[in-house]
Structures are given as C-alpha cells and as structure tokens.
Design a protein around this ligand. Structure first.
Ligand code: KG4
Ligand code: ZN
Length: 335
C-alpha cells in the first residue's frame, strides 16, 4: 500500500500553522508561526490583526512544511483545513488557501473541526482504542467528548459560560500578568499554597457540564476586597487556590465520565492540557488503573498546530468525509 501524506492547515485563532502527516500517525513536518507578540499589548487576540498575519504568513508556513517534508504538492494525498470554530476572518484565510491548493493540484479537500483536531493530536502518539473519552480544555472550549469509533464525537458535557483557558487568561489579567495568562498562573501556582477558599461549580449530581465564571468572579472579588481593606494576598497563593479549584472539578468529572462510559482510553486535548497541575492530577488519579490508558500529548501538540488537523483529516479522508470547493468558514461550527 502506498503511504498517505496529508497536508494540514490551521488558522482559526492566532497561530498560522501547516504540517504534513504520514498515514494519519506520523509527523513528517510541523510548522507553527505564532502571533502572540502582536496581540500581547492588547491583552487578547485582535481578530483583524490575526487575519492580516495569516495572510502574510500562511504561504511561507505551507512552503516550509512542504520543503521540510521534501514533498511536492502532487505527492500529497489530500489537503485538510480547519473550517471552524474560530475567528471567521482568520478561518477564511486557511480555507481559501486549502481550496486553492486542492484546485491547483487536483487534491481531495477535507474540512476539519478544530476540536476534532485537538483530540486527534493524541493519535500522533499512539493508536486510539475505542470507546474513549477525551477531556478537551482550551481557550475557547471545555468539553468531555465520548467517541465510540473514529470521527464520531458525542459531547457529553461542556462549559455553560467561560472555557477553562478563558478563566485562566482573565484571572491572569486581574493579577496583571501578560497574555496568554495560563502558563503564568500555572508557574505561580507551583510557588504558592492553595490556602484561599474558592468555589467549585458541580452543577448538580450527574452533570458533566462545567462553569468557570463564578470561580473567575470569586478571584476578582478576592483581589478587589483585599485591596480595599489593605490586606495583601500572595499572588502565588491565589494562583494555587484557583488552579486547585479548576483541576479538582475537571479531574473529578472526567473520572466519573470514564467510569460511567467504561472507556479504554482517556485523552487530554487543547491548550490547557499543557497545565502541569492538571497533568499531574490526572496522572496521579489514573496511574493505578490498568483498565484505562491515560494519554497526554507533549506541550507542542497541546496548543494549536496543524499536525493535529492533518491527523484528523487523514481519518476523515479514509472515511470519505470530503469537502469541496464550496467550503466556507464556520465560526460557530458544532462538533
Ligand atoms: O488550544 P489553544 O492553543 O487555543 C484554543 O483553541 O483556544 O489554547 C489556548 C489556551 C489559552 O487560554 C492559554 O492561556 C491556555 O490555553 N494555556 C494554559 C497553559 N498553557 C496554555 N492554561 C493553563 N496552564 C497552562 N500551562
Ligand atoms: Zn485550539
């Protein structure tokens, strides 16, 4: 059988990325151009700036990915691109580039859901075993996704307000830390003690949904009240307390979902999967269990990249889930 090479393209937010994956499992090349420096001074991603950067960077990034793989476009099996969710202007850059490449070189086109990509990042480490559960935690999403087979996604719980990463970034902002704040809070948390009592939103017995806005507000109120009363709070302790609250809810609900659905694997996915507190807590909780395998991608595959899009795209291609040249960007696409 001939090797299958899929080019992945990702431009849904603030990383311009292209990658080539062989046979759905092996990274041949993986190029990411981050725009974080351009957005930092605004304290968040500015959509218009993101789109302009993608336009400038995408051709360069795709060429680099092709060059590193030593492939010509004609040798590709398919082109996979993130079609949503994300910033519409940013997504359009990737979708149009993918359509142009597919048209010019007569290649099949595959539209990939960004979260499917985050989940499939795990397949770059090991073969997936079904049924599985995936905890997806990123800047825009917090979801528990059950999969009975390839490319079949069932969201069993999701956030009702802020995503976990969003809460991290907002708390970081309150503590005057730079954007994106997740890694800064994570680092601070390890230097502090969780001595401040903060709420955990369980949302009723049996619920797999999440809510982080109450916790975020509690942190902001704690900071403001302390300032008003002239009490000093160690930011390290606040970060540690916040992190313990987030991790406690994520890990407890995930463990319950794993047990109820009787899955063979638990996959961690999304930018917040880079969080050391979360990784350690999951490892501790699941290390003694031989009925379920815990998979945690390396940091570079947790945050946005195109190898994950190519990995998901490969499976979709195999299943005949193809797009066409009428493909559009879908900012609110459902999994
Ligand atoms: O998946 P991602 O790269 O982009 C989205 O699709 O949203 O996730 C970015 C999010 C940001 O909110 C960032 O603060 C968070 O992931 N993040 C972290 C850590 N590293 C990145 N949050 C907590 N701890 C970390 N170490
Ligand atoms: Zn993402």
């Amino acid at each position: 059988i001939e090797d299958q090479y899929v080019l992945g393209i990702e431009t849904s937010c603030d990383e311009t990325a292209a990658a080539i994956v062989r046979n759905g499992r092996e990274i041949v090349s993986n190029v990411v151009a981050s725009q974080i420096e351009s957005h930092k001074r605004f304290g968040g991603v500015v959509p218009e700036i993101a789109s302009r950067h993608h336009v400038e960077q995408l051709t360069v990034v795709v060429e680099e990915a092709m060059e590193k793989a030593g492939l010509s476009f004609k040798e590709l099996t398919a082109v996979a691109v993130t079609e949503g969710p994300g910033l519409v202007g940013a997504l359009l850059v990737g979708v149009n580039a993918a359509k142009a490449i597919a048209y010019c070189h007569g290649l099949p086109l595959v539209g990939v859901h960004h979260i499917a990509g985050h989940i499939y990042a795990n397949r770059l480490l090991t073969e997936l075993k079904f049924p599985l559960m995936s905890l997806v935690v990123s800047g825009g999403h917090t979801e528990l996704v059950y999969m009975e087979e390839h490319a079949s996604f069932q969201v069993i719980g999701e956030t009702l307000d802020d995503a976990a990463g969003e809460a991290y970034d907002k708390v970081a902002r309150t503590l005057k830390l730079p954007y994106p704040g997740g890694p800064h809070i994570d680092r601070l948390a390890h230097e502090g003690e969780p001595v401040i009592n903060l709420p955990r939103a369980w949302l009723g017995e049996g619920s797999y949904d999440f809510s982080f806005s109450g916790l975020k507000s509690a942190v902001i109120n704690t900071v403001h009240n302390a300032a008003q009363k002239g009490i000093s709070i160690r930011p390290e302790d606040l970060a540690a307390s916040f992190q313990v609250s987030v991790v406690d809810v994520l890990v407890t609900k995930t463990e319950r979902a794993v047990d109820e659905y009787g899955v063979k694997q638990l996959l961690l996915a999304g930018g917040v999967a880079a969080n050391k507190g979360l990784r350690t807590a999951l490892e501790t909780r699941f290390s003694g269990r031989d009925d379920v395998e815990l998979i945690i991608p390396p940091l570079s595959l947790c945050t946005d990249n195109a190898a994950m899009i190519a990995a998901a795209g490969s499976v979709m291609y195999e299943k005949g889930m193809l797009g066409n040249l009428k493909m559009n960007a879908h900012p609110g696409l459902e999994l």
